[in-house]
Design a protein around this ligand. Structure first.
Ligand code: IDP
Ligand code: MG
Length: 149
């Protein structure tokens, strides 16, 4: 089924200059980019985005990480994309690999470039975990008119 998904290139990947290689890997999945922006997340946006982590001991570190204030990362940018295509959610989740970079298969994005640092999984990329989550997240990061039909 054709579906949409939200991809975020996180501050760790941006500071490591991995943007090009990550977009290349995503493009090779055969999905279509429908929206793109450079954004410095507000704390409010980061907390809404990661509302599923409420109550976990690592939430505050994850928020700081997403704001570009963690482990010496001094890059506050996030690159946000909407991609669309057949089974987009599953295809991109397989390409990025497991949440913990230490468990991610070596050829995945997180397995290749991620790091576990001071208790935070600096895993380069966010991708929505389900079509329902994707629609919620796309509405957080984009206005409807910013996403091509
Ligand atoms: P996902 O990014 O693979 O969908 P989620 O469980 O939604 O994984 O967690 C969101 C983000 O929170 C992860 O990408 C990672 O940066 C961080 N995170 C998740 N679980 C842990 C943990 O156990 N320790 C430290 N950071 C974590
Ligand atoms: Mg998730």
């Amino acid at each position: 089924m054709k579906e949409r998904t939200l991809i975020l290139i996180k501050p760790d990947a941006i500071s490591k200059r991995l943007t090009g290689i990550i977009i290349d890997r995503i493009e090779r999945l055969g999905l279509d980019m429908k929206a793109a922006k450079v954004i410095a997340a507000t704390e409010e946006l980061a907390r809404k985005h990661y509302s599923n982590l409420e109550g976990t001991p690592f939430l505050e570190n994850v928020i700081a990480f997403m704001l570009g204030n963690f482990n010496g990362i001094e890059d506050h940018r996030i690159y946000a994309f909407v991609y669309e295509g057949e089974n987009a959610v599953e295809k991109i989740r397989a390409e990025i690999g497991s949440t913990n970079p230490e468990n991610a298969l070596p050829y995945t994005i997180r397995g290749s470039f991620g790091a576990l640092k001071n208790g935070v999984m600096q895993n380069c990329v966010h991708a929505s975990a389900s079509p329902l989550e994707a629609e919620r997240e796309i509405a957080l990061w984009f206005k409807p008119e910013e996403v091509l039909k």
